[in-house]
Design a binder for this molecule. Structure first.
Ligand code: SAH
Length: 215
């Protein structure tokens, strides 16, 4: 799986501006047992560079995309990170290998509780999963050094931009569902100025609104 990720990093280097997979991100990938996050039907393929269905119309993202988003977010070991779209919990586990604390929000209650239980079983005590609408972020734990949104939205949700720390980085697929989206890197400088750079065309499931309350 890592070899394929290396190949795609090399193939997309001109577009992404990233030459290769960072050593810390590589170790994080080596540590997370991806087969635990995919269905029993997908066991034999767990370490292929593919997305898989996880039920409820949702998917576990392709490892290359998880790697790219993680690397773009430049997660330090002191970072507090927010993920929107817990899904299987795989991206949250990768983030937890790198960050100090990870908060993840999932709108589908069944996925939120399954991911939460699996992450606890695997010993990821630094991850908190909550069921709710990720559009609103998680104000009580803000500001976040990095925010990863793993479902597509036409524009960056204003509460998430607000909850991003100065000097922070947000990685998110921008665009309409049923179209190719742009994986975007949103940065907030030390004066609070926001800028957005488009990195690579991607395809994500759309962000769903109002399926759950924000608690
Ligand atoms: N990060 C996941 C992949 C997630 S796919 C993984 O590593 O497996 C996108 C996820 O976003 C889906 O589980 C979907 O239910 C969730 N989602 C969609 N809209 C959301 C919203 N408004 N708030 C929180 N989660 C949302």
């Amino acid at each position: 799986m890592l070899r394929r990720i290396d190949e795609i990093f090399a193939e997309t280097a001109r577009q992404t501006g990233i030459a290769d997979l960072d050593g810390r991100v590589r170790s994080a990938f080596e540590s997370v047992p991806r087969h635990r996050f995919v269905s029993s039907a997908a066991q034999d393929f767990a370490y292929r560079d593919s997305a898989f269905s996880i039920g409820y119309g949702q998917t576990i993202s392709q490892p290359f995309i998880v790697a790219l988003m993680t690397q773009l977010a430049e997660i330090s070991d002191t970072a507090k990170v927010l993920e929107v779209g817990t899904g299987s919990g795989y991206q949250a586990a990768v983030l937890a290998e790198l960050a100090h604390q990870v908060y993840s929000i999932e709108v589908v209650a069944e996925l939120a509780s399954a991911a939460s239980a699996l992450l606890a079983e695997l010993g990821y005590d630094d991850v908190q999963v909550r069921c709710g609408d990720g559009f609103a972020g998680w104000a009580e734990h803000a500001p976040f050094d990095a925010i990863l949104v793993t479902a597509a939205t036409p524009r960056p949700p204003p509460p998430l931009v607000e909850q991003l720390a100065r000097g922070g980085r947000m990685v998110l697929p921008l665009g309409r569902p049923a179209e190719t989206q742009d994986l975007a890197l949103l940065t907030k400088d030390d004066d609070g100025e926001v800028s957005i750079r488009s990195i690579l065309p991607v395809v994500f499931v759309p962000m769903i609104r109002n399926r759950a309350s924000n608690g």
